[in-house]
Design a protein around this ligand. Sequence first.
Ligand SMILES: [Zn+2]
Ligand SMILES: [Zn+2]
Length: 239
Amino acid sequence: MTRFFNITHKLFSGLDLLFPPNCAGCKNPGHRWCPDCEENTPKITENICLHCGLPHTNSGQCMSCRNNPPSYTAARAWGFHTGPLRKAVHQLKYQRDIALGEKLAEYLEKLLSNQNWKIDLILPIPLAKRRMKKRGYNQAVLLAYPLAHYLDLEYSSKALIRNRETRTQIGLNRYERRENVKNAFAPNSNMVKEKNILLVDDVITTGATLDSASKSLLAAGANSVYAATLARAASLLQK
Ligand SMILES: [Zn+2]
Ligand SMILES: [Zn+2]
């Protein structure tokens, strides 16, 4: 895996020298993701729910986690899904920008360096089957794979799959989202048994997808489940 990563990384770095890319956030030439866009991304740092990572004003857990605790141990996101980061996530989703994923995965590495999580295995959240077929790739892989390389941890895109079709979560409320992804995931229990797992995704909205995936992993014998996402839906700021 490391060798493959090194080869593609060198290839992309070389191509960037020959054909300087435009920044995914601001479109200025020279970087895939520029220092200005990094600076202008509102980061999620303090005053967060210790369980789901939701920004809120009280200390400890948010109301939602108190009433309905998610099955994962903890989830964290790097920045708000707004401004330049929203554009970069869009580029990951629709343009298969592998080099951008490598760059943005550095923020996930940084995010994890502030947590005291013991992780054995990194899994990308799998895409719904129909969307995977249409898009041809899973954008969560573009983050999870380089992250596993940076952290020198085991990675698998096969240990967790979707076992049934789900509709898009866009436009659904919190309850509908939970119902939509309920029992949607099928882990390979041989691969996840007794492992401490990190789920990786591009964006967390209500956390329903992560919770459902985590539930299935724990039911399949995983020891614990954590989650790291690049972005968190900014709409949750008001709640
Ligand atoms: Zn930029
Ligand atoms: Zn919470």
